[in-house]
Design a binder for this molecule. Sequence first.
Ligand code: SF4
Ligand code: SF4
Length: 168
Amino acid sequence: MTSSQAQDLCTACGMCCDGTMFGAVPVEEHERSRLSAIFDLETTDGTTTFRQPCPQNQCHRCQVYDLRPSSCRGYRCLTLKALDAGEIDIDEGARRIAEVLKAREAVRAMMLPGETLTAARLRRKDLAADASRLPAATGFILALTALDLLLDRYVREQDLQMFKAGVS
Ligand code: SF4
Ligand code: SF4
């Protein structure tokens, strides 16, 4: 895979910046002062983050590319790692990302106005515990869970997976 093929895949995707995969991006201590001019930083239990969807993500392009935090700089999703290792070719990489994006669009059609995926995941938890939920709510739970299973399979590393193997 060439670097331009990886760039094309990321430009068509953008899921690690738009809130599909992460609710927040961690910031290193030495980056805090520099990044506080760009992001609304929050510190909880000694960990500093900014929330996703990232405000610097415009049409799948980072508006602060040269200034982006180290956690963005070094990030490679499972599909990019599989491409780097030669385990899959670029067509399979594109197919995987397209499959996840299709599932994400199905979920988006069921989200509330202005709702983020982080908020949608919290709503799923509440709806799953509600025995009187309507059939449409069950459809939403299933669609979001299908998306999370695809993200775990093709994109998120094991320590970030929502449905880790062997965890009930
Ligand atoms: S999820 Fe993977 S392919 Fe998509 S933008 Fe992030 S690194 Fe690129
Ligand atoms: S700073 Fe750039 S690379 Fe990092 S999450 Fe925002 S848009 Fe993505």
